[in-house]
Write a protein that binds this ligand. Structure first.
Ligand code: SF4
Ligand code: SF4
Ligand code: SF4
Length: 301
């Protein structure tokens, strides 16, 4: 496939950054094995910048690679991001996992990415029915922070107005405690403890996850009722106030557990209680990393 104008701009920025030595590595997207697939690519030489590309099939959140020691060793890194993914970069900076000084953010204005199952069937158009749910409630089509911005040349995704924020979690919230328990017991029963959700998450970066600690054994590692609930709930709590809603955990889950329902419910509650949204401000303290005497609970006073 021929380069688009976005590809040309992207390649030029990457080439200049590598040639000038401002970065040693660029993480971006390259065309995949078929026109409806894009894959992550790692560019270390200016002459390889021509591999970089972007399209509505660029679904992966590349910020996940920033936590890897193999990537960190490059020092100064450039990364291609959509608005949702860029919030993960911000959250990693907020949590002192990466330094703003070591990152060049190449932001791309994004109108939505096409669901992979539809892309595999040949879907080419961005519409309310073809993009991921996160795109329907997206507030960051343009990344909040960037060193370079490549604007979209395509028309904005027109929404019908019927789309509600937070993935329709009102239905879940309207359930009784027993109904919620039954709903999640059924969903978690499918979990095979593959940990793909964790591996795909840019903000799950503990060098040793609690599920792998066995002295003492905190969580049952079998994929059975108690262990599955423990795993999914502990992960939800570890991500509360931190999840930036990229949806990669849910996309990675091989048994289609609606993990974004949990993530968005936690995000909604954190916002309602503390007025905080993750990944919007690199100078903000993570909401559960600080306390205030004006907090509405008095247990800490
Ligand atoms: S959530 Fe926004 S930035 Fe992310 S893929 Fe969808 S439209 Fe693009
Ligand atoms: S928990 Fe899921 S949606 Fe949230 S940041 Fe991690 S991968 Fe993205
Ligand atoms: S990706 Fe799905 S099946 Fe695998 S551990 Fe996570 S929730 Fe369980």
């Amino acid at each position: 496939m021929a380069n688009t104008k976005i590809d040309e701009k992207l390649q030029k920025i990457a080439k200049d950054l590598l040639e000038s030595g401002e970065v040693s590595l660029i993480i971006g997207y390259a065309k995949g094995s078929n026109p409806q697939r894009m894959r992550p690519v790692f560019i270390t030489k200016a002459e390889e910048a021509g591999k970089l590309s972007f399209s509505h099939y660029a679904v992966q959140d590349l910020a996940v690679f920033l936590k890897k020691p193999e990537v960190k060793k490059f020092g100064k890194i450039g990364i291609v991001v959509k608005g949702c993914d860029e919030k993960a970069v911000n959250a990693l900076i907020q949590e002192y996992q990466i330094s703003r000084d070591n990152i060049k953010i190449i932001g791309i204005e994004c109108n939505g990415v096409i669901r992979q199952n539809l892309a595999d069937k040949g879907e080419t158009g961005v519409s309310e029915s073809t993009v991921y749910d996160k795109c329907l409630i997206c507030e960051e089509h343009i990344p909040v922070l960037y060193d370079f911005l490549i604007e979209s040349e395509e028309p904005k995704l027109a929404l019908s107005g019927n789309v509600k924020p937070y993935y329709g979690i009102e239905k879940l919230e309207s359930m009784s405690a027993e109904e919620k328990n039954a709903f999640w017991a059924k969903e978690f029963d499918k979990c095979i403890k593959c940990y793909a959700c964790r591996q795909a998450c840019p903000l799950c970066y503990c060098s040793r996850c609690i599920v792998e600690k066995n002295m003492p054994q905190w969580i049952d590692t079998n994929s059975e009722e108690t262990g599955n609930a423990q795993w999914n709930l502990i992960r939800a709590y570890h991500l509360s106030g931190r999840c930036i809603g990229c949806g990669e955990c849910e996309r990675a889950c091989p048994v289609n557990i609606p993990l974004m329902l949990i993530n968005e419910k936690m995000a909604k509650d954190v916002y309602n209680l503390f007025g905080y949204k993750s990944g919007l401000d690199i100078n903000a303290k993570p909401v559960f990393g600080v306390f205030s005497e004006s907090d509405f609970n008095d247990f800490i006073k």
